[in-house]
Write a protein that binds this ligand. Sequence first.
Ligand SMILES: NC(=O)C[C@H](N)C(=O)O
Length: 331
Amino acid sequence: MQKSKVAVVFTGGTISMTVDKRIGAAIPSLSGEQILSLVTNIDRLADIESVNFSSIPGPHMTPERMMDLCEVVERLLQRQDIEGVVVTHGTDTLEETAYLMDLKINSEKPVVVVGAMRNSSELGYDGPSNLAAAVCTAISTESQNKGVLVVMNNEVNAASEVTKASTLSLNTFQSLEFGPLGIVDNDEVIFHREVVNRQTIPSEELIKAVSLIKCTAGMDGSLIRFCVDRGDKGIVLEALGRGNVPPEMLEDLEYALKKDVVIVMVSRCPTGRVLGTYGYPGGGKELKDMGVILGGDLPGQKARIKLMLALGLRESQQKIRDIFESQQYKS
Ligand SMILES: NC(=O)C[C@H](N)C(=O)O
């Protein structure tokens, strides 16, 4: 029987790290081929083509690099001989890259993003087992048409639903709202449910000038004003609870909206969507009436990626509102 072919694109992250004795801490050092050589018996599963994209830690990833990576992945997906693509990535920004690719890529073939929480100098390096599970997921026909998947600790999550929930746990990637899509068991991927809200944004461009502001008790709007005055095109507000802000922020929010800066509101709570439930000053109802867009249950960092791509369409504010609200809100 002919084996499936999978492209593995290496970008860096802890999965590629060893402890540098001179520094006394972990840095990227392993090439794709070196990491693959640690995944014993992988050649029984699939023919692997390795692509060394970069050797950077997650915190060095940028929106521009994400767009370049996305292009590399799209080109690989267009090839007939490749059944799926795996991307290795630093876990710190993995959810942002995975979500950007999920929104942009329109292919039925599986794209699986994977990382590690322990580097190769540590006891219990989880890179090889995670990579093996990612390849198992990428060659399964069951993984088709599910968008970009994140596989770690033998759990399969949708890029649109997942977030990094722990600084150290091997099962750090959690779909806090809905739970995992499935598992990898005995080299086989088993799905338990479908992705809840899949969406694509056919944007060729990304507008970088989007900031994320987390709201806190008693906060004023000076950060909002700063972002507007330096030319930001969009701001994601990680608001309080159900989607409310301290009233001291309202004047500067009004200032931003008058200057056509798009404001998307999500919550700083780890689960639950925002809604215009409250009618007091700074409450969600007032914000919505002012023109603030509701961002559903996305964490701030993923709402920022979505807004960057939505602004890249260079469409009206109404169109951007639809992109954020039409699937999650009835009216
Ligand atoms: N586990 C990891 O990959 C964390 C690392 N700091 C990174 O994002 O590159």
